[in-house]
Design a protein around this ligand. Structure first.
Ligand code: AKB
Length: 342
């Protein structure tokens, strides 16, 4: 009998790093194999936490076929993606990875469900990048946007995430709707729209919300930091432990409780200037300046200042543990200081 397995793509990314460490602490995961898939070799400290480590490409259909034959996958955490800034430099590659890659994984999940006869839970990290506010006045007026407002992404990454949200909903509710014999089990697609994520354990790469983490890590390393957005640029953020918990809580929610398949989640909203103030309070010698990179700053300005996550709170009890104060005092500052003290 094959052991049930969880597949994590983009396992070497920031969310993957936090998720695999979290799985290792969960008693419920002891009966599951964790399969880590990434283009790069998995970080050393994660290797003992996985049953299988695959260095490969989600666009490699032979590799995915091999996964289908070798493992009994009951859940997929599809974290692999090119983030917003990197995607702007190679939009075609981003489309292939973010869209064709996701389609490949949805197909794999559907195939697996048909093999073992159980729905495959498919967790997808979408993003506030699906939103597009036309200007700062509208952004200020819009306030906390709901999932159905301002879905006009201005980046390739945002377009990819928006399309894949619909693709996932399609696989969950309508896939093969014209087939004579329609399978009763398939992909149980669930997505969260993450704000900017800030981790103490890893550094971001390729995103446009990265300035927050970069600012804190630079201060702890006693390095000067020139922020590429303006002081007034404001978006929502979340500490990494809350992001991991959001994925796990949504995965565990009874399907009948879900009134939608895509959910806003957030913890706190801060302007870059407010971020700077908190960093300087923790690291008084911090040297932080603002040198906006206009095209990147415009991307951040097109994202909402805050999002309404009421449906997530109502449907599956979403509740962040780290507001801005706790995120800094109990998580970011102590752990990042320790990381660079060594
Ligand atoms: C990015 O900046 O691209 C991501 C995101 C907000 O989805 N961190």
């Amino acid at each position: 009998m094959r052991k049930p397995a969880v597949l994590v793509t983009g396992a070497n990314g920031e969310v993957g790093y936090g998720l695999i460490r979290r799985f290792a602490e969960m008693p419920a995961m002891r009966d599951m194999d964790v399969i880590a898939l990434d283009l790069k070799k998995l970080a050393y400290e994660l290797r003992d936490m996985c049953s299988a480590i695959i260095v490969g490409d989600i666009l490699d259909e032979n590799l995915l076929q091999r996964l289908i034959s070798e493992y009994e996958i009951h859940a997929v955490y599809h974290l692999a993606a090119l983030l917003s800034t990197r995607a702007e430099f190679s939009p075609d590659t981003a489309h292939r990875v973010n869209v064709d890659g996701t389609l490949n994984l949805l197909r794999l999940a559907h195939e697996q469900a048909r093999w073992h006869g159980n729905p495959v839970t498919f967790l997808f990290p979408s993003s506030i990048a699906v939103y597009g506010l036309p200007n700062l006045a509208t952004k200020a007026e819009a306030g906390r946007v709901t999932e159905t407002e301002w879905n006009f992404p201005t980046t390739m990454y945002g377009c990819n995430k928006s399309y894949c949200e619909n693709l996932g909903r399609y696989f969950a509710l309508h896939y093969r709707q014209l087939a004579a014999e329609r399978s009763t089990v398939g992909v149980d697609f669930r997505a969260v729209r993450f704000p900017g994520l800030i981790s103490a354990a890893t550094m971001p790469s390729g995103g446009t919300s990265d300035y927050a983490a970069e600012m804190i890590h630079a201060a702890a390393k006693r390095e000067p930091y020139a922020c590429f957005v303006s002081e007034s640029a404001k978006i929502p953020f979340m500490a990494m432990p809350d992001a991991i918990q959001a994925l796990l809580d949504l995965a565990a929610a009874p399907v009948e409780k879900l009134t939608q398949r895509v959910y806003n989640v957030t913890s706190f909203s801060l302007s870059a200037g407010e971020l700077r103030d908190r960093v300087v309070k923790a690291f008084p010698e911090a040297d932080i300046t603002f040198e906006p990179d206009l095209p990147r700053a415009q991307i951040v300005d097109s994202w909402p200042a805050d999002v309404d996550d009421t449906p997530a709170r109502n449907d599956w009890g979403w509740k962040p543990q780290y507001d801005a104060d706790r995120a800094f005092s109990d998580y970011l500052v102590p752990q990042i200081s320790e990381r660079y003290r060594k």
